[in-house]
Design a protein around this ligand. Sequence first.
Ligand SMILES: [Zn+2]
Length: 202
Amino acid sequence: MTQVTPLTIVNVGYRSTNYWVVSAGTSRLLVDIGWPGTIGTMKANLKRMGVPLREIRYALATHYHIDHAGLAEELKKEGVPLLVLQVQVDAIPIMKTWTKPSDNYVEIRADGNVTIPFEESRQLLQQIGISGEILHTPGHSDDSISLLLDDGSVCTGDLPPEAYAFDNPVALGTWHMLRERGATRVYPAHGPIRPMDPAPTI
Ligand SMILES: [Zn+2]
């Protein structure tokens, strides 16, 4: 028998970027992982929102740009494993090229990462009490992924909103796929939570 704990999602973000903590009780997943050099701010925000760091089972970056994965290595040192999709592996070392020494970015090492294909995401999430899956959602970058929960909530990272993506067929295809898969509520990396746009009429 599977026990279902209702999921909650809170925002621990800062500097115009949302970092979502998805929780099944005290079992938690952090979606997007802070700017480089801001571990103090992240810890303070987690504390303020009542999220003990030790309860975060994995950290997941929607893609490897510095505002989304900048603290990944530091959180690993705090005991939070980094969950990586296979499609993201090659993007990780490139992140360093976008940082300056003054950013205090700690480079992500391969050891300690939990790397999986998309097909294994549902099972892994189920192990931490979260019903949903991780999907490949290109449109902002090729390594972009989204967390789609079975309640219809979807964390989409920087996927450009459908209404502004008329010249981005890859993003439009991604939104179509998310709608088909049952997404109803969008938790973007920037801006407020919003309902999915209605299906476009042709
Ligand atoms: Zn980005």
